[in-house]
Design a protein around this ligand. Sequence first.
Ligand code: UD1
Ligand code: MG
Length: 459
Amino acid sequence: MSTALSSTEAYSLLSLSLAAVGVLLNTFTGEGEPLIASIAFSCLAFSSCYALIRWLGNAFIRRGFKGKDLCKLKQTEIPETMGAVCAMVYLFTIITFIPWPFYKDIVVATSGGGNRDVIKELEEVETGRLLHRFPHNKLASYLSAILSLQTIVLLGIGDDLFDIRWRHKVFIPAVAAIPMLIVYFVDFGVTQMVVPIPLRPYLGELFDLGWLYYAYMALLSIFSSNSINILAGINGIEVAQSLVIAVLIVANDVLYLSPFTAYPHPATDSHLFSLYLLLPFIGVSLALLKHNWFPAKVFVGDTYCYFAGMVFAVDGILGHFSKTLILLLLPQGFNFIYSAPQLFHIVPCPRHRLPHFNARTGLLECSRVEFKKPLARPVAEGLKVLHRLRLLDVETDENGQVVSSSNFTLINLWLVWFGPMREDRLALGLLAFQTAVGVAGLLVRHRMALLVFTADNWY
Ligand code: UD1
Ligand code: MG
């Protein structure tokens, strides 16, 4: 891989970074302007990540972080685990950002310039409009988000180094989620769920899920980090699907922020919090996508997939919109359920399920799993039913025995439906699908919610 930045790239990244630094310095003259600062930080994160991916590529290869691109004629080795670079730049960014959202509170609480002469003011403050205590709970949320994300990055790098077994690594996101769940418990602690109208006669208006709510949130972190990792295998798909999800969450956040809605909305703060976590994520992901899109120059590694999933889980849980998040993860959910027969070894699961590259046509076809041993009768019948529903491509021999089928992933199913195609067209198709489902999900969330709930909290 050519590691040097071209002069156009170098100048563009440099000017972007300088502009971002200028904006950051400027925020100190006002009240800190955290949202503007966050955008500037995200631009800085983008340029640093872009340059570091280039500069570190060869070092990663030397350390053995490399992989063969299986869907190419010439299977050259390219750097893998570039998600680790993204994650590091991201963590550095959100850690450096910490003072900005609290700038106003710090300045007011210390009356500026670090003087702690607030005691006198407190009397007027107690009765007056300036009752201003430092929001320790918000800082705790933010710090717990960082802690959870750091833990998941450790898992990801461990997995890329040692290929941890599926049954072991599946629980690690739940451990990583503990810091944020504790903060949720102390700070918010709402474990009640608003019951949809049709169910109210049975359950009442609010239903308390109690500790099950925490189990649900832990499961959500397990699900979102693993589900991105298994909707993978073609150039660009891991990063691009994460970007689509991130951009849709940002769109949803913006709905809650002025000037689109009455300010201050009760949810304003949690949606701002969500933006602070997502904008830098979009920055580093764009830099990665540039290098991972077809034909890929680097692979993202499991680190990226876990990290991206955890960013969404942390964001959704601490931003209090976990149900909306599930709507945006529907394609991943489908892929997860559809994969279940292979994940739980009801049918054999090969090490790789990515599509098959046909060297003659240069197109991708669905990859297949051969059943060396005959399948149990009910399983075989089940596969035939799926075949008739066009949800699988099953091959039978003259005796009607099932001998092979397409692998159980959404990517292969797409190829079963639309026939062989080039790798980038396949990725674009899947991304269009992800976007369409996500937009529909948000529409349902905000328009149809009124049919099953009495109020949509946007208004
Ligand atoms: C998951 C999937 C596996 C899929 C793999 C591809 C499950 C249970 N596991 O495994 O079926 O094959 O992701 O990422 O669904 N690669 C490419 N082109 C790409 C991306 C990856 O050829 O665009 C290959 C490279 O050889 C790379 C390897 O996949 O080295 C990475 O696989 P890894 O992420 O370790 O696989 P898993 O996450 O364990
Ligand atoms: Mg992977």
